[in-house]
Write a protein of this length. Structure first.
Length: 185
């Protein structure tokens, strides 16, 4: 069975708005390593559309003009990954993606039961639903030394406690700290 891992960047005051946290070269390298540990990515519609707009290469294969050379490993890794998109509103997806419909718990459990190294989920809304269902095996929070005072927060409305065990901690030169936890079963 492959584990379902969740990774997110968050500020000290709990904001997880991607515009509030700018990843540097070191954080991009680490994110590419996390992506490489997974067989596939699981996104909700909003995260899928945001990631596709930012990281999908042009039809010519060219990377966007704004992209720094050190971002390319992340871009190439995410581009190549199989993606599962949980959405009731999208009619179709591409970018090496497949729609997930129906019972969320059953669908994700089936994906987890397939052989492989793991699934990686991102975003805010979908991980809340997956945490409610007890399907996330590992959480990684990359906490940035910044207060922004706005934006979506993690797990707002979670109806039950999720007990976690710290398994690793990594400090970045930027002052960000990545903390990885496993779910206590």
């Amino acid at each position: 069975m492959r584990p379902l891992r969740y990774s997110i960047n968050v500020t000290l005051d709990g904001c997880c708005d991607h515009r509030a946290v700018i990843a540097d070269e070191e954080l991009h390298r680490r994110a590419a390593e996390n992506l490489a540990r997974a067989d596939a990515l699981v996104f909700g519609r909003v995260t899928y559309e945001m990631m596709e707009a930012a990281w999908r290469p042009a039809p010519t294969g060219a990377m966007p003009d704004w992209m720094q050379p050190w971002m390319e490993p992340f871009a190439r890794t995410i581009d190549a990954k199989k993606k599962y998109v949980v959405s009731s509103t999208l009619d179709r997806v591409d970018w090496n993606a497949e729609l997930v419909r129906g019972d969320l718990g059953r669908a994700i459990q089936q994906l987890k039961e397939e052989s492989g190294t793991g699934l990686l989920v991102g975003g805010v809304t979908l991980p809340l639903a997956l945490a409610e269902l007890g399907l996330i095996d590992e959480y990684e929070f990359v906490v940035h030394p910044k207060l922004v005072g706005h934006g979506p927060t993690l797990f707002a409305g979670l109806s039950k406690h999720v007990d976690l065990t710290l398994v690793s901690r990594l400090e970045y030169r930027s002052g960000a700290v990545a903390m990885r936890y496993q779910t206590r079963r």
